[in-house]
Design a protein around this ligand. Sequence first.
Ligand code: SF4
Length: 85
Amino acid sequence: MKEAILYEKLNNDYVRCHVCAHRCKMAPSKTGICGVRENRSGTLYSLVYGTSIAESIDPIEKKPLFHVYPGSKSYSIATVGCNFT
Ligand code: SF4
């Protein structure tokens, strides 16, 4: 477990995460919609830091950013957690 980045501390030990468009506001002991960022006493922690469940190298044409460097490779990693409810 590691303190998260990209969040702000609010009053009364609440925090707001800025990683994705949900911008979850979390009370102490609560997680965001993704279920993998948790407010512990006013500090936001990532519960999945360093615990990838998948990684792959693919042709860039499989990705939505294929137009950036056509013909190159992309490197993807993933953890558990989902923000699509
Ligand atoms: S869903 Fe997760 S990553 Fe997105 S804002 Fe909420 S806590 Fe942050």
